[in-house]
Design a binder for this molecule. Structure first.
Ligand SMILES: [Zn+2]
Length: 406
C-alpha cells in the first residue's frame, strides 16, 4: 500500500475554491477543475516516490493484477478524478471501443500529432464515465423527446428558432440529428437567433412568479445559464434539445459511449476508462468537430436513469454500471461502527479516496492515516481493512471480484 499524489487540472470552468477546500489547503487563486488519480500520460500520478506508469511498466501483474492485465493489457484501465465545475463544461460525447480503434488508426495514418489541438482520437480506447455527486450536480444528458422540445420552443415565441426546430413537431426522433447539426452549423449571420432565444428565455425566467410550468422555467434557465458563459454560442440552442438532470450527494450518473452530455455545475467523484477521446460540439474554446460528433452520437431520446447502488455488505455499496473497464464502491464508516471493514477489490490494483472524515487503512503490515482528499493505492495481493469515521470511494479495474485464500 502506498499514498497516491494526484495532479490538479486548471481548466477554465473549474471552481477556484472547491478542490482546495476538499484537500484542506489554501486556494491558489486559479480555477481548479479536476484532480486526477491514475496513469494517464497527460497527468500521471505518483505512488510513493515513483510515477504510477513507471511502476506498472516494471511489473504490471504485481501493480494492476493478473485478471486486469489479461483483460486490458499492461496498464491501469481506469482513471479516477475529483471534478469541481463552477461553469458548464463543453457539449461532448465519447466513442465506442470500435469507433475509437478506427478513429485512432485513421488519425495515426494521417500523421496528426497526438497532442495537436484538433486531434480527436488521442488513444484507441472508449471512455465510458460515471460521476458520483458530492454535492448537488446539474447536468445536460441525452436528448429530450422531440415533440416535447418543439412545444417548449413554441412557448418561447421566437419565430427563427421555431423554424429551426420545426422538424421536431412530428415527434420523430429521426429528425433530431439534422436539427442538432443545423443548430451547431449556424453561420455568423444566422447566429442572431441565439440572442433572441436568450432574451425570450430571460423574460420568462424573470416573470416567473408562481409558474405552474417548472419544466418550461428550467428550459428557459438553461438557455440563460449557458449564454452567461458562452454568449451567442450555437451550443446554447443545442443544449436546449437535451434533458436537464439534477442529482444529489452519492447519487451517480453513468454516461455510456455515444451519449451527448455537459455538466453544468457541481462537485463529484468521477471514474472513467483511461482515455482522453472527446468529440466536442460547442460551449468551449477547445476544438469543435460537429461532423465527427454527429457521427458518433446516439440520438435516441429519453431520460437516463441514475446508477443503481447495491448493498454488498455492511457499509459497502457498489455502483452498478455496464462499463467493463472500471468498478466503484462507496464504503460508509459510521461513528461507533464495530470493527474494521474489509475493502472490496482484492486481486486488483485499487485506489481508496477519502471523501469525508478521516480513516485508517491497513494492509496487515502497515497502516496509513488518511484525511479527506487523500488516496491510498492497494496492491492486488493486499487485503485492505479500514477503520475510523468517514466515507471512502474505492476504484478498481472492472474484473470479476475474487477473494484471498486465507
Ligand atoms: Zn464526458
Amino acid at each position: 500500500m502506498d499514498v497516491v499524489t494526484g495532479s490538479v487540472q486548471n481548466y477554465a470552468w473549474g471552481s477556484t475554491t472547491v478542490i482546495a477546500d476538499f484537500l484542506g489547503v489554501e486556494p491558489d487563486g486559479r480555477p481548479q477543475a479536476e484532480l486526477w488519480f491514475g496513469a494517464h500520460p497527460m497527468a500521471p500520478s505518483r505512488v510513493g516516490p515513483v510515477s504510477l506508469p513507471a511502476l506498472i511498466e516494471a511489473d504490471p501483474t504485481r501493480v494492476v493484477g493478473a485478471d486486469s492485465v489479461a483483460r486490458f493489457g499492461p496498464r491501469l484501465p481506469y482513471l479516477l478524478k475529483v471534478l469541481a465545475a463552477a461553469q458548464p463544461l463543453s457539449l461532448q460525447a465519447h466513442p465506442t471501443r470500435a469507433g475509437a480503434e478506427i478513429g485512432f488508426a485513421r488519425e495515426e495514418a494521417a500523421g496528426i500529432d497526438r497532442a495537436a489541438p484538433h486531434r480527436l482520437y488521442r488513444d484507441d480506447w472508449p471512455k465510458p464515465e460515471m460521476l458520483v455527486a458530492l454535492d448537488d450536480v446539474e447536468a445536460l444528458c441525452g436528448f429530450r423527446e422531440p415533440g416535447r422540445t418543439y412545444d417548449l420552443f413554441a412557448r418561447l415565441g421566437v419565430p427563427a428558432a421555431l423554424e429551426l426546430v420545426a422538424p421536431l413537431r412530428s415527434g420523430r426522433s429521426e429528425e433530431l440529428a439534422a436539427v442538432f447539426a443545423r443548430m451547431l452549423g449556424l453561420d455568423q449571420g444566422e447566429r442572431a437567433v441565439v440572442a433572441q432565444v436568450v432574451a425570450a428565455a430571460s423574460a420568462l425566467v424573470e416573470s416567473d412568479g408562481s409558474s405552474d410550468e417548472p419544466a418550461l422555467i428550467r428550459f428557459a434557465r438553461t438557455a440563460v445559464e449557458l449564454d452567461t458563459y458562452h454568449p451567442g454560442d450555437p451550443g446554447v440552442l443545442a443544449g436546449l434539445l437535451m434533458n436537464r438532470l439534477s442529482f444529489g450527494r452519492f447519487e451517480g450518473l453513468y454516461l455510456p459511449a455515444r451519449n451527448l452530455h455537459a455538466y453544468l455545475s457541481g462537485t463529484g467523484v468521477e471514474i472513467m476508462a483511461n482515455s482522453d477521446n472527446v468529440m466536442r460540439g460547442g460551449l468551449t474554446p477547445k476544438h469543435i468537430d460537429v461532423a465527427e460528433l454527429v457521427s458518433v452520437l446516439d440520438f435516441t431520446p429519453g431520460v437516463p436513469d441514475l446508477v443503481e447502488v447495491v448493498a454488498e455488505g455492511p457499509g459497502i455499496w457498489r455502483y452498478e454500471t455496464p462499463a467493463p473497464e472500471f468498478a466503484m464502491w462507496r464504503v460508509d464508516l459510521l461513528p461507533g461502527a464495530d470493527g474494521p471493514i474489509t475493502l472490496p477489490g482484492w486481486g486488483s490494483g485499487r485506489m481508496v479516496l477519502v471523501v469525508e472524515g478521516s480513516v485508517q487503512v491497513s494492509d496487515g503490515a502497515s497502516t496509513l492515516a488518511l484525511q479527506r482528499g487523500a488516496v491510498a493505492y492497494g496492491y492486488p495481493d493486499e487485503t485492505l481493512k479500514v477503520t475510523g469515521s468517514g466515507i471512502v470511494m474505492v476504484a478498481a479495474p472492472g474484473v470479476p471480484v475474487t477473494s484471498p485464500d486465507e
